[in-house]
Design a protein around this ligand. Structure first.
Ligand code: ADP
Length: 241
């Protein structure tokens, strides 16, 4: 994967679905070691921005750079190999594979050998408090556990940048609290940049160094969490939705 020194930059990104602009000129920088929260009302383009960065949807304008390397136009798999990992809003685990196999798959897909992939998977499961579930089938896990396995799988690829789409959705308060502590340590422990979408404002405010706020496919505010929560445009966007 890429050097952990460079930043990931979405520059003036536009995405269209059937002629409708889901994103219209959005620019966002994510640097190693920081946690950025991507927030905004439903339908404002948050998931689409992650999809645009990771190559899941084509750009109608703008570009995505990793350092000075252009990512836009590359296939999702090639972008992943350059060090970008993500989780999905709807969990995508293999239900008929064991938990450890699911996590291992993340490492194998990134060219780690079998033995190393297994060791990485086991270490990550321990780290996420899932060691005891290693041999259970993915499909038999609770919703909260599935979400944690998905994050472990994304980390198995040893990414430089991790993008999480509503990782705390469906988790109870205790699970969310544990996740918060886990996620907050990632950038320092692994030197990665973390971009996180979540509707839990308490989680976002406590976790993130910076926030980026979208409404109707445009950036309406960005900056420190404490400043953003009092921004009139942000309050308006949420109240008006
Ligand atoms: P958010 O994540 O902020 O809730 P999304 O990025 O999911 O918003 O969606 C932004 C807009 O783009 C919405 O109007 C949504 O309906 C539309 N959209 C997202 N994905 C697709 C798609 N694959 N095809 C058509 N429209 C889409």
């Amino acid at each position: 994967s890429a050097s952990k020194e460079v930043s990931l930059k979405a520059i003036d990104v536009a995405v269209e679905f059937s002629g409708l602009r889901a994103l219209d000129g959005v620019s966002l920088t994510l640097s190693p070691g920081e946690i950025v929260g991507l927030i905004g009302p439903n339908g404002s383009g948050k998931t689409t921005l992650i999809n645009a960065i990771t190559g899941q949807v084509p750009l109608a304008g703008g570009r995505v750079l990793l350092g000075d390397r252009q990512l836009s136009g590359l296939a999702p798999r090639d972008i992943a190999l350059l060090g970008l990992s993500r989780s999905f809003q709807i969990v995508r685990l293999f239900n008929n594979m064991t938990v450890v196999e699911n996590v291992e798959a993340g490492a194998l897909a990134h060219g780690h050998g079998l033995r190393e992939a297994r060791a990485r998977a086991e270490a990550l499961l321990d780290e996420f408090g899932l060691g005891a579930r290693a041999d259970d089938l993915g499909g038999n896990l609770s919703y909260g556990d599935k979400r944690r396995v998905e994050i472990a799988r994304a980390l198995a690829a040893d990414p430089s940048f991790l993008m999480l789409d509503e990782p705390a959705a469906g988790m109870n308060e205790a699970e969310t609290e544990t996740l918060l502590h886990k996620l907050s340590a990632l950038p320092k422990d692994r030197g990665l940049g973390l971009l996180i979408i979540d509707h839990d404002m308490g989680l976002i405010m406590r976790l993130c160094d910076r926030l980026h706020v979208l409404a109707f496919g445009r950036t309406i505010a960005e900056g420190k969490a404490a400043d953003i929560r009092n921004d009139p445009a942000v309050i308006e966007a949420y109240l008006g939705s």
